[in-house]
Design a protein around this ligand. Structure first.
Ligand SMILES: [Fe+2]
Ligand SMILES: [Fe+2]
Length: 318
């Protein structure tokens, strides 16, 4: 049995004071927006509750699908790096960046550099060689292969789109094929939802079709994403069967906002290649905002695929 958890869109706050020079860039729009909308609803306390509940369930691996910060200032990326180190060993946490982690030109590289131990492939060097082509990454952990893709690039003001290019698509296919031949359960991490219509057009990912083709050519068992701050399930065509594409609310979202309250996905993998069973449980912040409880569960690839299960039914399956 192997357990892995999924959180996203941390948007670590509070927002540090910005220098005037930093305010002169695109960040001014983000700064104003953040003060208007986000400060009211994103709480560090919520993130702490989510993380302590998650840790109590002792997942073998934690996957974070981007947007760790808000405006990607130097101090924010550094604080996010410190926060990552408080969670645990880089071996046990995997990160892909989001659009907020590359808010302005140059920020992507600073984020990657700061969080590199949590991003890098198993056989990448210990220090980041400042190579743009770090993605896709691959990490092998027990029965799973974690394939990290990046859609993160600096965008125009008010835009939050992502990009998945042809080089990355080609290399993703190769990694997926390789991991498939090794009999590993392939989990692909990507910040933007790789699904048409899942995000508003100014927030969408460019290269959705390319990503879909990579999954159907290379094969995968699961795709995890963030960005929309919504708990969603979509499907992509795989090599042999449909691949679940799972989104999750922001791990910092307090109660009373427009978006669903903070949540995390906990996956329990059992079985073997060709006969996997994957249980997905989603735990979310309670309405009062002071606790975390199970709010959804379902089994993929099991004897009862695609069905909602009650807690006792789940217990029987485990
Ligand atoms: Fe986000
Ligand atoms: Fe995002």
């Amino acid at each position: 049995m192997y357990k892995f958890a999924h959180i996203s869109d941390i948007h670590l706050g509070p927002l540090p004071q910005l220098t005037l020079r930093e305010l002169f860039s695109k960040r001014i729009t983000g700064f104003v927006n953040w003060h208007r909308n986000r400060r009211k609803h994103l709480f560090v306390n919520t993130l702490d509750l989510i993380l302590s509940d998650l840790k109590a369930r002792q997942p073998d691996q934690l996957m974070i699908t981007g947007d760790l910060v808000n405006l990607a200032t130097k101090i924010e990326t550094r604080l996010a790096g410190e926060w990552l180190r408080t969670i645990g060993d880089p071996q046990d946490t995997t990160v892909v960046p989001g659009n907020h982690d590359a808010y302005v030109p140059g920020a992507h590289d600073k984020s990657v550099n700061e969080w590199y131990p949590f991003i890098k492939s198993d056989d990448d060097p210990a220090e980041w060689p400042e190579d743009d082509h770090i993605f896709p990454t691959i990490r092998r952990r027990g029965p799973i292969a974690i394939i990290g893709c990046s859609t993160s690039n600096a965008t125009l003001p008010f835009s939050a789109s992502g990009y998945f290019g042809s080089r990355q698509a080609r290399e993703t296919v190769n990694l997926l094929k390789q991991a498939g031949e090794e009999g590993l359960f392939r989990v692909v991490m990507i910040h933007h939802p790789p699904i048409h219509g899942a995000a508003a057009s100014h927030k969408r990912m460019l290269g959705i079709r390319r990503f879909g083709a990579a999954i159907s050519t290379g094969g995968a068992e699961l795709v995890l994403h963030g960005h929309t701050h919504l708990n969603t399930l979509y499907w992509l065509k795989g090599r042999e069967k449909q691949v679940p594409v799972v989104g999750i609310a922001s791990a910092s979202q307090g109660p009373g906002g427009h978006k669903p309250r903070a949540a995390y996905n906990l996956f329990t993998l059992t079985g073997e290649p060709g006969n996997w069973s994957l249980l997905r449980e989603r735990y979310g912040l309670t309405e009062t905002g002071d606790g975390v409880a199970l709010d959804d569960s379902r089994v993929f690839y099991g004897a009862m695929p695609d069905q909602k299960l009650s807690v006792p039914e789940m217990a029987r399956l485990l």
